[in-house]
Design a protein around this ligand. Structure first.
Ligand code: UDP
Length: 345
């Protein structure tokens, strides 16, 4: 065994893909998840893919006593990958206090336990949302942090600060890496895990695949009057498997002592910007389906365009996204088909 990693939110979309990669790299994995936005069955699916069933604890990280008990029971944890958080931008505007409590208290509880139980390393799920609309594209890690557009975005900024301050105060006993994700889409090639939005999806990719399948009548394209080549917004979409692999590299970096500072952050994207229409075209290519869509007004809070400068991640982590936009839409479509087939059985 390479070491023991605690993955919070390990049954969620990015968490489950990361657990698979960790197991395949020889790590022992312990998952904590409150199943607020995921299914217990994901643990079995991880076993189907890897042949190993990770240990699973169902509880909420806001519960300080349970967090403490977990670390008392699961001794010898070498690192934490912390995904567990609420992540819907619109919902965060409606329920800011839920977001502040969930996202901030969970991290505080984990950091307190890390200090008490001598857990040395943490990878934190951050987001390119911390940059707002950058002044310069592609955006690199030195870009200023802009006022957040939503309570969700604000929690990512505050959590990075909580980490920075705590790691400084712990004076070398805890190391952290914040990975600033761009737009993860796609699913595992096994077709056994992927994104499982509950209700009407907020994000583009699941909305497209559900429309392709006929669950939604039509995709609304939020604006074609932006200052971009085709008028729709531009994002840096990254395959979830590439993103998952970045976490393994980050945890390996700290465990092997190769980190250059106690707290580091990296952009995790492909370095390419694609428009909403590019994604629709890719989906039509890889699924062979014509997508029903119409252009509607802009969505409040959307930034016009953002994509990553990944130079630092590529050079420092020795990591680079490998999969193409067509790999992303193809695997997302395959996952949609697999899910629906299973539901009909
Ligand atoms: N989008 C869209 N229709 C939808 C959902 C999203 O046109 O039903 C657009 C959205 O305006 C943005 C892009 O797709 O330009 C990506 O949105 P998503 O919510 O997936 O991610 P975000 O970048 O907002 O985190």
């Amino acid at each position: 065994m390479k070491g023991k990693i605690l993955v919070t939110g390990g049954t969620g979309y990015i968490g489950s893909h990361t657990v698979v990669e960790l197991i395949e790299q020889g790590y022992e994995v312990v998952i904590v998840d409150n199943l607020s936005n995921s299914e217990r069955e994901v643990v079995d699916r991880i076993e189907k893919i890897t042949g190993v069933k990770p240990k699973f604890y169902e509880f909420d990280l806001k519960d300080q006593l349970k967090v403490d008990q977990l670390f008392a029971t699961e001794t010898g944890i070498n690192g934490i990958i912390h995904f567990a958080a609420s992540k819907a931008v619109g919902e965060s505007v409606q329920m800011p206090l839920v977001y502040y409590r969930n996202n901030l208290v969970s991290l505080v509880n984990l950091l307190e336990a890390m200090q008490k139980y001598n857990v040395p390393n943490i990878v934190f799920s951050s987001s390119c949302t911390v940059y707002g609309q950058p002044d310069k594209l592609p955006v690199d890690e030195s870009a200023p942090i802009k006022p957040a557009e939503s309570p969700y975005g604000y929690t990512k900024q505050v959590c990075e600060n909580i980490l920075r301050d705590s790691i400084r105060a712990f004076a070398g006993s805890v190391h952290g890496i914040a990975l600033r994700y761009f737009n993860p889409i796609g699913a595992h090639p096994s077709g056994l895990i992927g994104e499982l939005p509950r209700g009407v999806p907020n994000n583009l990719m699941p909305y497209i695949t559900q429309t392709g399948y006929g669950i939604r009548e039509q995709l609304s394209v939020f604006g074609d009057d932006y200052n971009t080549p085709d008028g729709s917004c531009i994002r840096d979409y990254i395959h979830v498997v590439d993103l998952a692999k970045a976490h393994i590299v980050a945890i390996n970096r700290m465990i092997s002592g190769k980190n250059k500072a106690d707290f580091e952050m990296f952009n995790i994207g492909t370095g390419n910007g694609y428009s909403v229409f590019d994604i629709i075209k890719s989906f039509e290519r890889t699924s062979g389906k014509k997508l029903n869509y119409k252009v509607v007004g802009r969505r409040a809070g959307d930034i016009e365009q953002i994509w990553a400068d990944t130079t630092i991640a590529n050079n420092e982590l020795g990591w680079k996204a490998q999969l193409t936009i067509d790999d992303m839409t193809r695997s997302a479509w395959q996952w949609e088909l697999n899910c629906r087939e299973k539901m009909q059985k």
